[in-house]
Design a protein around this ligand. Structure first.
Ligand SMILES: Cc1cc2nc3c(=O)[nH]c(=O)nc-3n(C[C@H](O)[C@H](O)[C@H](O)COP(=O)(O)O)c2cc1C
Length: 162
């Protein structure tokens, strides 16, 4: 988790200990697998530059996909990583950064620079690739990431100015 956190929030964006600087927000309405979400705050000279939180795609091909995202204070994704999953090796596991670059395509995306329709795999009319013979895993990962951004947006004012 710590290694993943460092991958989704660049060190240059904070001078605080993010693990000790958290807010807990209600997330039951967002279908990301938890009623409450702990948000780690990245601060530079006391000002929030970015946040990071874990979220879950509850409905992967083989169950829950545990993910983490970093988001800058304006709502742009800094990075998404998969923490754990039970998807099929050789099919669904291309969501892992160690297996393919697919997950890096979230970086720079936001609710502002993609429409809700574009927040989908190409097969569904969106901008994200599916995998050959394995559409479910990337589809569900994209959908959960979108909902994670919606959670951020719903609490953005509080999170960037705690
Ligand atoms: C043994 C087995 C394992 C599979 N594992 C996955 C998986 O991990 N992720 C996935 O999206 N699809 C997996 N699939 C394929 C799905 O059943 C489904 O066909 C596919 O996701 C739909 O994508 P398509 O429209 O490109 O075929 C698996 C299929 C089989 C038979």
């Amino acid at each position: 988790m710590i290694k993943s956190l460092e991958e989704v929030v660049p060190a240059a964006l904070h001078d605080n200990d993010m693990l000790q600087d958290t807010l807990t927000i209600p997330s039951a309405d967002f279908n990301i697998g938890a009623n409450e979400t702990t948000v780690y705050l990245a601060k530079k000279s006391g000002k929030v530059t970015a946040v990071c939180f874990k979220f879950i795609a509850p409905d992967g091909y083989s169950g829950a996909i545990n993910m983490i995202m970093g988001v800058d204070r304006d709502g742009n994704i800094l990075g998404v990583r998969v923490l754990s999953h039970k998807e099929t090796p050789g099919l669904g596991d291309k969501i892992e950064a160690a297996k393919s670059d697919w997950i890096l395509n979230f970086t720079g995306r936001s609710l502002d620079n993609l429409t809700s329709a574009q927040w989908a795999v190409k097969k569904d009319g969106g901008v994200f690739d599916q995998f050959a013979g394995a559409t479910i895993t990337p589809r569900k990962s994209v959908q959960a990431t979108y909902r994670g951004l919606q959670l951020f947006k719903a609490h953005q004012a509080q999170l960037i100015n705690p």
